[in-house]
Design a protein around this ligand. Structure first.
Ligand SMILES: Cc1cc2nc3c(=O)[nH]c(=O)nc-3n(C[C@H](O)[C@H](O)[C@H](O)COP(=O)(O)O)c2cc1C
Length: 210
């Protein structure tokens, strides 16, 4: 059994989404591979359907291409994304769009077990729902959906939150953001949230039983 996990988590560090995807992989008890989508250079589907419709293989040559083969071969898949612009990141969405190459006349991944993971401060339900809707086009079997309300806006790292009235710190705290000192503790971690830990354990258990 092989489980492959993809994360569109922030580049240059191991954020909550990366760690959640890795944790579900670990708990699955199977052979696993972790892929950080934000370290790859790739685009969404470019609509060259005349190329993929016959062979049922996406023909776009970029960093993502080898991973579609691996995804087809895997017994289960995990997809993780932070919330950007109130929904799934374009990175995760672009990656999923390319499943289209494997969906002509039949759907090669129909019925494959998937676990979805999202992290962000707001609109987690919307992001989760949109992720499920995208995956629904490919008729995969979403066996678990995990969401962690991380409340860690990029503003906690940018150093300009005191002067900014449009970023996450101000949106969450209002005028109090002007006097806010960013501390290590404000970078909330899914590992400290009992509900998320339980959801990750349960997803791992389900994967373990496939
Ligand atoms: C371009 C951009 C847009 C974002 N938009 C949202 C948003 O609409 N809602 C939200 O809750 N967080 C938003 N965020 C914050 C990210 O969700 C947050 O940084 C993410 O949870 C970090 O994930 P990580 O811990 O896996 O690195 C945005 C971040 C960036 C860089």
């Amino acid at each position: 059994m092989k489980v492959i996990g993809f994360s569109a988590g922030s580049v240059g560090r191991e954020g909550n989404v990366d760690r959640m995807v890795k944790a579900v992989l670990d708990k699955s008890g199977h052979e696993t591979e972790f892929v950080k989508l934000t370290d790859l250079n790739f685009s969404g589907c470019k609509g060259c359907v005349q190329l993929c419709a016959g062979p049922q293989v996406c023909k776009l040559k970029d960093d993502a291409q080898p991973y579609y083969e691996k995804l087809m071969d895997a017994d289960a898949v995990i997809i993780g994304s932070p919330v950007y612009m109130n929904t799934v990141t374009s990175t995760a969405s672009a990656f999923i769009e390319r499943f289209f190459g494997y969906r002509h006349v039949d759907i090669q991944i129909a019925g494959k077990p998937f676990v979805t993971v999202v992290g962000g401060a707001m609109m987690l339900d919307t992001a989760q729902e949109n992720l499920r809707k995208m995956l629904g086009i490919f008729e995969v079997d979403v066996i678990s959906s995990i969401a962690f309300k991380s409340s860690v806006p990029p503003c906690f790292k940018c150093g300009r939150h005191r002067e900014c009235k449009i970023g996450g710190a101000y949106r969450m705290l209002g005028d109090a953001a002007k006097d806010l000192t960013i501390t290590k503790e404000m970078f909330t971690r899914w590992e400290d949230d009992r509900e998320t830990v339980a959801a990750i354990d349960a997803a791992g258990e389900k994967l373990n039983n496939i």
